[in-house]
Design a binder for this molecule. Structure first.
Ligand SMILES: [Zn+2]
Length: 275
């Protein structure tokens, strides 16, 4: 891995690009431009980033707050050892889109009724620029208002990942995801689709680096993951270990419920016989 496969130069400043195997969007070390590869040629795409605002101590504290988050956490969770806390700048493609869906189908909830129509929606759609990552990109509410143009001069702690998906490929994926999303939204109007065609028009697109803290913690001897967004400290996703305690508690509750039912039944029988 990590081999430099071929030599390419930055389309903006001409400096050599360090391109690793599988990468299709490369940030120039010298001028910070994002070079997008299309058919053996690079062109520059708009590049922004969200600066990280959290220190490692902030992140560890944030993680502990999340772990002591009350009822849903298993006991002793807040004492879990945090074994890893790494800052990574993940690449996202962000597309402004206008979408139009034509649909025909059946509405079945009040007898069978034919329905058809057109639904139009605009939104920003984001695609993770890496192929192998379990980062939950759709659950991550990108604070787009906090983004600033990328600047290589500003010191960037943490690792910055290049993109593995070029602009065209990311758009193709966005189209598919948007079509599925539109159909999901229409499920309240249509029970059975006969046709559902979505046409997507792309507006401005942007390559965006977002700061994500990748944490690992150990609970009951097993490793779990926690993702904390670095520009605002939001927990994007955390794995919650299964709780034995909850199981035990449920057994006690069920036991009490069973005892109460037996008491009521006995009482009822006693009353019946006393008459
Ligand atoms: Zn350059």
């Amino acid at each position: 891995m990590a081999d430099v496969v071929e030599s390419f130069n930055c389309a903006k400043c001409g400096a050599p690009l360090k391109l690793k195997s599988g990468e299709a969007v490369v940030v120039c070390d010298y001028c910070g431009s994002a070079n997008n590869l299309r058919e053996d040629k690079f062109y520059i795409v708009r590049h922004s980033w969200l600066p990280n605002k959290l220190s490692k101590d902030d992140v560890l504290q944030r993680a502990k707050e999340w772990m002591s988050g009350g009822m849903i956490m298993p006991p002793g969770m807040e004492k879990s050892e945090i074994t890893k806390a790494d800052l990574v700048y993940l690449p996202l493609w962000v597309f402004k889109t206008e979408n139009k869906t034509d649909y025909e189908g059946l509405f079945l909830r009040e007898g069978e009724k034919k329905v058809s129509g057109t639904e139009e929606m605009e939104f920003y759609w984001k695609i993770l620029g890496r192929r192998q990552s379990d980062f939950p990109v759709q659950e991550y509410k990108v604070p787009l208002s906090a983004k600033v143009p990328f600047s290589i001069e500003e010191a960037m702690e943490g690792a910055m990942l290049n993109g593995e998906m070029n602009e065209d490929e990311a758009k193709e994926l966005a189209k598919q995801e948007i079509a599925a999303h539109m159909q999901r939204l229409l499920a309240e109007k249509v029970d059975k689709f006969e046709t559902c065609e979505t046409e997507t028009k792309f507006g401005e697109s942007e390559f965006l680096h977002v700061p994500v803290w990748f944490l690992e913690f150990s609970y009951g001897g097993k490793p779990y993951k926690l993702y904390i967004e670095g520009s605002g400290g939001e927990v994007v996703k955390g794995e919650i270990p299964p709780s034995d305690f909850l199981g035990g508690e449920m057994k006690i509750i069920m036991g009490i419920a069973a005892a109460l039912i037996i008491l009521v039944v006995c009482g009822f029988i006693a009353l019946t016989f006393m008459r």
